[in-house]
Design a protein around this ligand. Structure first.
Ligand SMILES: C[S@@+](CC[C@H](N)C(=O)[O-])C[C@H]1O[C@@H](n2cnc3c(N)ncnc32)[C@H](O)[C@@H]1O
Length: 259
């Protein structure tokens, strides 16, 4: 292998690191961009919080997103976090604000298999940004008239990335139509929502590798720089060492438990 290739691989290996704690993409500032979706999630979240008294934030990460709304939070807010390294991070961030963190996460591939540790009708607002959930369980823990707000990363964006890396593409399971149908089947009324296709842009292969360290579930299961060296070098050559654009998919929906 040439010296130039060895150098590239060494640079990409340097991007392989432990995932940072919490939910923090700041190391990618100026190296990666995602087109903003056309809806204003902050406004949607904020308006719902202004009308809610008993709130659950599912998969809070390190609580970063929830705390952006701290001025709007009612007295009764609970969060779940199921990724073990982030449970203490979320507790440290949220407990000083009176927000209890429950160690719970629904398994991505079978969210219905894990009952949520809350009684029926406990919340009037369930917030869920980019976290797996069971619509049936969410419907159960919502009070009559209560609302689920979720934004999801559509897994329709994955086949392109996996094909670029020479990995077997998976069938997309996180889709707007599927989530709407599942919410309805769980007895929720879907009252609003939208899907969006945009782009991610990475300044180079190193930025893509750094991104995949932060969202390892998006990468092929066995992804590593050395294991995927040929595909990464080919991607580097095809992009002339410069920008890589990939498809981004997002959707959001608002669903209500009938009163
Ligand atoms: C995509 S994050 C979103 C966090 C938060 N809701 C937000 O919007 O900022 C969803 C969940 O994935 C968890 N997570 C992070 N890294 C993970 C990993 N390697 N495996 C499984 N879950 C992980 C986070 O802790 C969080 O609970």
């Amino acid at each position: 292998m040439t010296g130039a290739r060895q150098e590239l691989l060494a640079r990409w290996r340097a991007e392989e690191s432990e995932q940072p704690e919490g939910w923090d993409f700041s190391a990618l500032d100026g190296r990666m961009w995602a087109d903003p979706p056309p809806w204003d999630l902050d406004a949607i979240w904020g308006e719902a919080l202004g009308a809610a008294q008993h709130v659950l934030d599912m998969g809070t990460g390190g609580g970063e997103h929830l705390l952006r709304f701290r001025a709007l939070l009612p007295a009764d807010v609970v969060a779940t976090e199921g990724w073990p390294p982030n449970v203490p991070v979320a507790r440290k961030a949220l407990e000083p604000h009176g927000i209890q963190v429950t160690d719970f996460g629904a398994p991505d591939h079978d969210p219905d298999s894990a009952p949520m540790p809350f009684p029926e009708g406990r919340f009037d607002l369930v917030l869920n940004r980019h976290e797996a959930y069971s619509p049936r369980e969410v419907a159960r823990v919502l009070a009559p008239g209560g609302v689920l707000l979720t934004q999801q990363v559509g897994s329709g964006e994955l086949p392109e990335l996996h094909a670029l890396l020479g990995a077997e593409p998976e069938e997309p399971t996180v889709t707007y139509d599927g989530f709407v149908a599942d919410a309805k089947a769980a007895g929720l009324r879907v009252v609003d929502g939208e899907e969006f296709t945009g782009a991610y842009r990475f300044v180079d292969v190193a930025a893509l590798v750094a991104y995949l360290q932060r969202v390892p579930w998006q990468a092929p299961e066995d992804f590593s720089v050395d294991g995927y060296a040929d595909a990464l070098l080919e991607l580097h050559e095809r992009s002339a060492g410069g920008e890589i654009a990939l498809t981004q998919r997002r959707f959001w929906l608002r669903a209500r438990r009938p009163a």
